[in-house]
Ligand binder design. Sequence first.
Ligand code: 5GP
Ligand code: 5GP
Length: 226
Amino acid sequence: MKPNSPFFIKLLIIQCLSVLSVSQDFDFFYFVQQWPGSYCDTEQSCCYPTTGKPASVFGIHGLWPNYNDGSYPSNCDPDSPFDQSQISDLISSLQKSWPTLACPSGNGSKFWSHEWDKHGTCSESVLDQHGYFEATLDLKKKANLLHALQSAGIQPDGESYSLNSIKAAIKDAIGFTPYIECNVGQSGNSQLYQIYLCVDTSGSNIIECPVLPRGRCGSSIEFPSF
Ligand code: 5GP
Ligand code: 5GP
């Protein structure tokens, strides 16, 4: 086939189109929750939202589309900016379950907007803006992490717990093994910062993780109070 034949050019266009559409796809989500006590117990500290101190429970960080090879798409659609009017019915639930702890204090819209623009726009083929935030709030109801840990005697009391006991408590209560992310507290201690569960591409079913993020915790992990 001559490289400039019409057939060759058509083939090239079809290939380009399929690469473009496949690259917008994703394989699964990470559903990430954060422990407020660990976010706050770092050198930068934290600021409570304008709506008040969040409850002493895990808060949502985000729902992140990911690929099976560990890489992930981000900021996929600049033409679909965060629009709070599309989720006005969800605001009070978001304030409760997806509070912002970044400084300066905010009402949460900046955090939700960042998460939508960076991650949500990469799963728009499955979930529109309302669907994305609704699915994330529903996942939090399915995965009560504090309850899971407390059922195994793991409390936010400033004590340290083994990584394996934390993973086992969540596997027992929720049925799937989480990925645990630690941060480093003010006194150099490894502490329980974020818990990742994996979710299928519909955004509604928790699954075993196809791949885990990199990083590690110490074998003994502090669970700070909040
Ligand atoms: P860090 O570098 O602090 O771990 O992550 C910074 C940001 O990068 C996160 O808040 C999140 O938006 C994004 N990110 C980090 N790791 C992953 C990952 O494995 N998958 C996805 N989808 N996003 C990630
Ligand atoms: P990642 O999810 O998408 O890129 O990173 C989180 C971004 O959201 C950071 O820019 C961070 O300043 C902002 N942010 C606002 N509130 C919070 C919060 O409560 N926790 C975390 N981890 N990030 C927050």
